[in-house]
Design a protein around this ligand. Structure first.
Ligand code: NAI
Ligand code: MG
Length: 357
């Protein structure tokens, strides 16, 4: 009997469906070559178009429908015509929170052949794994909007840092650093955020005592932003809060090949709920429907999904196929300076996987 991975596909809006098609094509090819497992993909039509028809981003029992899947593969959600805070909160964040996907993993690795805007930086010098708290912090949705519309209106957005939430993400990062035999850097801001980040730093120090074998560093987020650009080799495994992680990983994406390459995984480590894999770019309305979106980010997130399914060899093969395509440089989408279509890039990656198998 073949092992079956049940994957829920939320292709979403704009270029979401275009780039996911390529990822699905590659995952099916991988399963065919391997022979010991197969994918069963189920499409869910949720997103902004669905919202305009039904007045909601996903079905009311959406989470129940997704619950039994092994993973969720997400394209992009958000489109002009639907306010971004609705598309984000009513779909993406609902899934992240509802399924307790409290770990966001963003690899920031400069792949061979990937464009890098930094001068005099070698490929080996940009190779980090950013682990972002994904369930609370500044994105917990806690706050108040008082006296709305009046001259004295007040908006409050509260950062939530629970003992449980802070400890588990930091411990997850220590485990990962130990597994990889690499250092762990905490990024915070205890000088200005005198409650939440002082607490964060304290928890980091406490947990560090359980991992004497892991070398640790601690940076203020502003200094870290500078070092990402100036000396990215300082960072190996990185752990940070929701807001800082959001910002710093976009910076990371910029130094490691751009938005067309950056991928992220939303993980429920206990595997009580499905985890979710996505390219981190949005729906790119400016190029949607033209067939020129770069599918490499969604292929990288497919590689993360394979790692999650304990098919790490295949995960690596996908990355190596992407590296070959980028190094040759003849089949790339316009954002990477090429003239190829989304499909052509997907086909080129498939071909590299076949050849190297
Ligand atoms: P965006 O990532 O969609 O686009 C920014 C720029 O990068 C655009 O010029 C776009 O053409 C380019 N780009 C992005 N992905 C690309 C790809 N794969 N290949 C080639 N070029 C690519 O960000 P933007 O414009 O701020 O947001 C558009 C919509 O997407 C908004 O509604 C936003 O809320 C949503 N969004 C959704 C996300 C998600 O689903 N996780 C993440 C970010 C934005
Ligand atoms: Mg972001």
């Amino acid at each position: 009997m073949k092992k079956q991975y049940k994957v829920a596909v939320i292709a979403g809006d704009g270029i979401g469906p275009e780039v996911l098609d390529e990822g699905i094509k590659i995952l099916n090819k991988v399963a065919q070559l391997d022979g010991s497992f197969e994918f069963e993909f189920t499409q869910f039509p949720w997103g902004c178009e669905y919202y305009l028809k039904h007045g909601k981003m996903m079905a009311d029992d959406g989470l129940e429908q997704l619950q039994s899947f092994d993973a969720i593969y997400l394209g992009a959600v958000g489109y002009p015509g639907v306010p971004d805070h609705i598309s984000l909160w009513d779909l993406l964040l609902k899934i992240r929170k509802g399924f307790n996907q409290y770990v966001n993993i963003r690899p920031i690795t400069l792949l061979e052949g990937a464009p890098c805007p930094l001068k005099d930086v070698t490929r080996e010098q940009i190779n980090m794994l950013v682990i972002r708290e994904n369930s609370e912090g500044e994105y917990a949705g806690a706050g108040e909007w008082l006296f709305k519309g009046q001259p004295h209106e007040v908006a409050l957005q509260t950062g939530i840092f629970s003992r449980v939430g802070t400890e588990r993400i930091i411990r997850y990062a220590f485990e990962e650093a130990r597994k990889q035999g690499r250092s762990l850097t905490s990024i915070s801001k205890g000088n200005a955020l005198n409650y939440s980040m002082v607490f964060w730093d304290q928890v980091f120090e406490e947990v560090a005592k359980e991992y004497p074998d892991v070398k640790t560093y601690s940076y203020l987020v502003d200094a870290a932003a500078m070092f990402f650009v100036k000396q990215p080799w300082r960072f190996e495994v990185v752990v940070t809060s929701n807001l800082f992680g959001d910002i710093i990983t976009d910076l990371g994406a910029a130094i490691a090949g751009g938005l067309g390459l950056a991928a992220g995984a939303n993980i429920n480590p206990e595997r009580e709920y499905p985890s979710m894999f996505e390219p981190i770019h949005g729906s790119a309305p400016d190029i949607a429907g033209k067939g020129i979106a770069n599918p490499l980010a969604s292929i990288w997130s497919a590689s993360q999904m394979l790692d999650f399914f304990n098919q790490e060899d295949w995960g690596k093969r996908l990355l190596s196929a992407m590296e070959q395509v980028m190094s040759e440089g003849t089949v790339l989408t316009p954002d990477m300076g090429g003239t190829a279509s989304t499909q052509e890039v997907g086909d080129a990656v498939v071909q590299k996987i076949e050849v190297s198998f």
